[in-house]
Ligand binder design. Structure first.
Ligand code: MG
Length: 203
């Protein structure tokens, strides 16, 4: 399986990092080894001094697809979850300045903790969904999927132009404003609407 991540999909977040607002989706990949096994803590990597949380809604692909038209894209996912796109911001900054790829800042082991997935029919409207992250019980980011620059269907259509989407692939759909550093011993909890979907500690 592959993990596809959309960047700069919320205007307020693009602006907080002084990035331009994109005119087409920005995306990158994480390998399967970026998943965090259930019940494991996130181990703070020794190569960074500024790992930051980015809470994101994640969709799971349930059909094989390539060159998917936007109007059919909704048929290619039926479950959503929530995840954290952990980012070694110091390394990312260095990569950006040098014009290098971001993988070592974004795709390291454990950098994609993801909740269990639930079917989308459990929600009134997945295009108007509130989600959030707490650090030690304090809310740090709150987003609403209605504020995405590119919605789920547009993302699936766009990404499938480049990559065949396979059953079990997951797509992180971007983070709202409020990203910030984590530290060892933090307790991280992620919510869709008011339901806690994911919780783990930083070690
Ligand atoms: Mg992200």
């Amino acid at each position: 399986m592959k993990i596809i991540c959309i960047g700069r999909n919320y205007v307020d977040h693009a602006k907080e990092l002084n990035n331009p607002v994109p005119t087409e989706p920005v995306f990158f990949l994480k390998p399967e080894t970026a998943l965090l096994p259930k019940k494991n803590p996130f181990v703070y990597p020794s190569f960074s001094k500024n790992v930051q949380h980015e809470v994101e809604i994640v969709i799971m692909i349930n059909r094989l697809g390539k060159h998917i038209e936007e109007k059919f894209a909704h048929k290619y996912y039926n479950e959503i979850g929530i995840g954290v796109d952990f980012t070694a911001r110091d390394l990312q900054q260095e990569c950006k300045e040098k014009g290098l790829p971001w993988e070592k800042a974004k795709a390291f082991d454990g950098s994609a903790p993801t909740s269990p997935f639930v079917t989308i029919d459990q929600f009134n409207d997945i295009n108007n969904l509130v989600f959030s992250i707490q650090l030690n019980g304090e809310t740090k980011q709150v987003g609403n999927t209605k504020d995405m620059l590119f919605n789920f269907d547009q993302i699936v259509a766009y990404v499938s132009k480049f990559f065949t989407l396979k059953i079990g692939d997951i797509i992180y759909t971007g983070t709202p404003a409020g990203v910030g550093p984590i530290k060892i011993h933090d307790k991280i909890d992620c919510f869709i609407e008011n339901k806690k979907m994911l919780g783990f500690n930083v070690k």
